[in-house]
Design a protein around this ligand. Structure first.
Ligand code: GLU
Length: 599
């Protein structure tokens, strides 16, 4: 994941810059719109990683659209400006608080495996495929769930049509935006495989190189795809020509014959695509310090794992704990919660997930019983059976956490009626499968690599093996916290499996440690996922508490890149909204409110 992710601005700015060039002589590139990671005020709030997307969402709110309308418009815009993280070719999870009823709803827009898939999807000659071979392939492409999520969310809770909601993104794709260093870096990171597909190469490596920062980037094919969805609804994809093109691309990856890359085809069919449904699911719920924390149920492990960890942490007074003790409990809680996640959570259509039991306080207490303030447990710790909670039962066989790609995007929106959306969407790895559907302008996901290729612990059932029509387990954790039934704050993050630890850190930072939402989002990250060493950011290693934690047996390794890039919104006591985005990571995010008010 690149260190910089500053954003772009509309072509208007580029035009202005060109005019400046003409007027002043030497070529000056256009600069992206300045981004503010924090905003407060009235009338609703939007936080995302991208300035253009956030501006589009704020405009929808200003025009009277609700949080769902705005969230869909923001997501569609991110498909244009943040295309290596999310878009029409991917999936995600949508959590919505409805102010009128006081209820929280969720939509599962996760990609699905083709009907032809079985547990050996990623096994070749008796061996699991090398991970990177699976990434850039047709094999790893699941049926996209994002368009169905947009359409279902709008149908159930929105006030605007899909056509109206996609229009601003269509315009953005057609008119273009100014490339920033992050956009360029993300292409450079993937240049070798992007170059292998003429459809990807011509879009993202024009003239053989990534577009330079300051230049205008247009995606007319994507504009046309959005226009087709506006005219024909999502049937244009699920039952129409866009879906037919997706199936063709997966079955015959459009590789340059000169490329030596071994790109395995997949078996996704138009029929698989036609059978796709975004599914409304009952949110996960954990009561924490008297607050109600709602999240995403299986097939995401986000809500269940964050919930179990919160229940474990309910055993400790984190508010008054020293920072070292707080961090010790934080690290230990996810060590144990990840062991249980890896053993029990998979697609609920196929796996009998003990969701209620995983979220029971009684079960969490049996896990807390194994946690010591003074000594780190030795990972991998074994999972326990939540159906038969036994205090302090250590178990025997540990299950490590398999690798998950680390690139996606999270947006959070609130409107003037008090509705709130937390929505995380992805195409899995940075750049997904690397394959742009010819003529369509969007990258296909590689989400099926979130399945275990083979059982992670030999001899122990793995709930996350591939199967026909199955949805791979996710870590995405869009989260809404209510206080006395009304929104307190909402948050979420990218980062693969570290999403869970990032969201937990933001929650405990805000709820227990007295941090503002923006400070909780900014805090140095650590991610313990039941391995000998927690992944940490350099800044975390620099904390004075790290030495204390090491003395207690905590191991740390520096993460290859930043961990997460969260966004959130909070209802302040005086009725204003606070929108908060990442202040440093990914080149900072963009937060806006409809009517700014600071005092
Ligand atoms: N594929 C991951 C998941 O579903 C998301 C990728 C990311 O967050 O970067 O959990």
């Amino acid at each position: 994941m690149p260190a910089l992710r500053s954003r772009r601005t509309l072509v208007i700015a580029a035009t202005a810059a060109l005019l400046t060039t003409v007027a002043t002589g030497p070529a000056t590139a256009a600069t992206p719109t300045p981004k503010t990671p924090v905003a407060t005020g009235f009338g609703g709030a939007v936080a995302s990683i991208d300035a253009d997307a956030t501006a589009i969402g704020t405009q929808v709110l200003r025009e009277g659209g609700n949080a769902v309308d705005a969230a869909v418009a923001v997501a569609a815009a991110l498909g244009v400006t943040d295309p290596f993280s999310a878009g029409v070719g991917g999936g995600g999870f949508f959590v919505y608080y409805d102010a009128k009823t006081g209820r929280v709803h969720t939509l599962d827009g996760r990609e699905t495996a083709p009907k032809s898939a079985d547990a050996n999807l990623f096994v070749e000659n008796g061996q699991p495929l090398p991970f990177n071979d699976a990434v850039t392939s047709g094999l790893s492409v699941g049926v996209p769930g994002t368009p169905a999520t947009w359409s279902e969310a709008l149908r159930k809770w929105g006030t605007r049509s899909l056509a109206k909601s996609l229009k601003p993104a269509e315009n953005l794709a057609r008119k273009g935006f100014v490339v920033d260093p992050t956009f360029q870096t993300q292409i450079a990171n993937n240049a070798a495989r992007f170059a292998a597909f003429p459809s990807t190469r011509s879009l993202y490596l024009p003239n053989g190189a990534p577009p330079a920062p300051g230049t205008v980037f247009r995606n007319p094919d994507l504009a046309a795809t959005y226009a087709q969805l506006e005219r024909g609804g999502v049937d244009a994809l699920y039952k129409g020509p866009i879906g037919a093109d997706i199936a063709k691309t997966v079955q015959n990856p459009p590789k340059d014959p000169a490329s030596t890359l071994n790109v395995r085809p997949g078996k996704l069919t138009a029929r698989d695509i036609a059978g796709y449904r975004a599914i409304e699911r009952t949110p996960t719920h954990a009561e924490y310090r008297g607050l109600d924390v709602y999240g995403m149920p299986a097939p995401s492990s986000g809500g269940l794992t964050v919930g179990e960890a919160l229940n474990i942490l309910e055993n400790y007074d984190l508010k008054h704990a020293s920072k070292a003790d707080y961090l010790q409990y934080f690290l230990e809680s996810t060590r144990f919660a990840f062991a249980d996640r890896n053993r029990w959570i998979g697609d609920p259509a196929v796996i009998d997930v003990p969701a209620k039991e995983l979220l029971s306080q009684r079960f969490a207490d049996t896990r807390a019983c194994l946690i010591s303030k003074d000594k780190a447990a030795t990972s991998p710790v074994a999972p326990a059976d939540p159906r038969h909670p036994t205090p302090c039962a250590a178990g025997t066989t540990g299950a490590p956490t398999p690798y998950e790609g680390e690139n996606t995007t999270h947006l959070t929106v609130a409107d003037k009626w008090g509705n709130v959306v937390a929505y995380t969407l992805t195409i899995e790895q940075e750049g997904g499968s690397g394959i742009v559907v010819p003529g369509r302008g969007f990258l296909l996901n590689n989400e099926l690599t979130d399945f275990s290729f083979t059982p992670v612990t030999p001899g122990v059932p793995d709930p996350n093996l591939p199967g026909p029509g199955k949805r791979p387990r996710s870590s995405m954790a869009p989260t809404i916290v209510l206080k006395d039934g009304r929104p307190f704050f909402a948050t979420g993050s990218p980062g693969g499996a570290s999403i869970i630890t990032t969201v937990l850190q933001v929650l405990t930072g805000r709820i227990d440690r007295g941090l503002s939402l923006e400070d909780a989002i900014a805090a140095p990250r650590a991610s313990q996922r039941n391995s000998a060493q927690a992944q940490v950011e350099q800044e975390f290693l620099n904390l004075p508490e790290t030495a204390v934690l090491k003395a207690r047996g905590q191991g740390f390794s520096t993460a290859p890149a930043e961990i997460g890039a969260a966004t959130g919104v909070e209802r302040l006591r005086d009725g204003r909204w606070l929108a908060a985005a990442e202040p440093v990571r990914r080149g900072i995010g963009s937060a806006q409110v409809v009517w700014p008010a600071r005092w």
